[in-house]
Design a protein around this ligand. Structure first.
Ligand SMILES: Nc1ncnc2c1ncn2[C@@H]1O[C@H](COP(=O)(O)OP(=O)(O)OP(=O)(O)O)[C@@H](O)[C@H]1O
Length: 333
């Protein structure tokens, strides 16, 4: 039995695990269902996600990494251990090296605790890395050359924007405006306009199936069910792409503005490279309809959606582990 390096994308919305030589072996939502009375973990991942908004009083479905920070550390730790146990790392004769990518805004205490959790699960050496860097590598960028590369990673809780050169971040921004906020905006819009309460999963469904952020580029409708706020009864309405574009307008411009600020702070030689190479979009938010056109129009540079944008960080961990001595000049924890 030989050691297999393991890369983990510990995301706000999804956890992906990459194993050397095998590729992505696990891809599950970052959700844990807990019995409130006993604090017992009842389900993790996809099984727990199906329970969101549908649990009886004593069971809660928690997203422990909500908003790009660790909202509940103990639950995050249980989740990580559960996924690691699924891989049966402890049974391996040679312990693997583990590279974890976690939200950018976590504290050093939380970083240390995540590292310890991974060590307890069977890791020989555990590294933590910054998400945009790994996303850029996973998207196929060669960030080690002395030239400018720009990546915008739109996840569930955070959007990370970074310009990289010679293996490091030159200018960057991390904002708490991403997929979850888009869902919340859709939910609020429907509440305001139709006096209808819908669930988070329905809002996400609308975002994926009919939303656009580039005016006039999509024209679809979807039937939506929820609870009427006036009489309390179930009701069905139809919403269309144009309305959702309105609902998301302000939020998406927060990201556009943050990207403009990062570009303004970028040294001119690197800006010139970015014009040549374009900006790469990664993360689930890169799949938002119209985002490529909107960004290209607003930022005046070519914009490219990475192939399989939701897998970039996990793929990037694999590439980084192959080059760990070159890329990890400093161990983050
Ligand atoms: N087709 C789609 N259109 C729009 N959004 C989508 C689509 N598919 C997935 N998403 C959104 O992408 C987000 C999840 O992306 P991703 O898995 O990259 O996040 P994460 O890495 O877990 O989060 P973070 O980077 O904040 O830790 C969710 O908000 C989800 O609704």
């Amino acid at each position: 039995m030989f050691s297999r390096d393991i890369g983990i994308d510990l995301g706000t919305a999804n956890v992906l695990i990459h194993v050397k030589g095998k590729g992505i072996v696990l891809n599950e939502p970052s959700v844990v269902a807990i019995d409130k009375n006993t604090n017992r973990v009842l389900a993790v991942g996809e099984e727990a996600r199906r329970m969101v908004g549908r649990t009886p009083g004593n069971i809660i479905a928690i997203r422990p990494l909500k908003d790009g920070v660790i909202a509940d550390f103990d639950v995050t730790e249980s989740m990580l251990k559960y996924f690691m146990n699924k891989l049966e790392v402890k049974g391996l004769l040679t312990k693997p090296r583990i590279l974890i990518c976690c939200p950018t805004n976590i504290t050093s205490v939380e970083q240390k605790a995540i590292r310890e959790a991974a060590e307890k699960s069977g890791g020989k050496k555990v590294f933590l890395e910054e998400e945009p860097k790994v996303a850029a590598i996973g998207a196929g960028m060669d960030i080690f050359q002395p030239s400018g590369n720009m990546v915008i990673d739109i996840g569930g809780g955070t959007t990370d924007i970074a310009v990289l050169s010679m293996g490091d971040i030159v200018t960057s921004a991390s904002i708490k405006m991403a997929g979850d906020k888009f869902d919340a905006e859709i939910l609020n819009y429907i509440k305001r306009k139709y006096k209808l309460l819908i669930g988070d999963r329905t809002a996400e469904d609308i975002k994926i199936k009919v939303a656009t952020v580039f005016k006039g580029s999509r024209d679809e409708t979807i039937e939506v069910r929820g609870r009427d706020m006036v009489n309390g009864l179930p009701r069905t309405i139809t919403v269309g792409s144009q309305e959702i574009e309105e609902a998301l307008h302000e939020s998406i411009y927060v990201i556009v503005q943050a990207a403009k600020t990062v570009l303004e702070q970028t040294p001119p030689e690197l800006s010139a490279d970015i014009i040549d190479r374009g900006i790469i979009l990664t993360g689930g938010g890169a799949l938002l309809h119209g985002i490529e056109q909107l960004m290209a129009e607003e930022l005046k540079v070519p914009v490219i959606i990475a192939e399989n944008p939701m897998d970039c960080v996990a793929i990037g961990t694999g590439i980084m582990l192959d080059n760990i001595d070159r890329v990890t000049r400093r161990k983050l924890v």
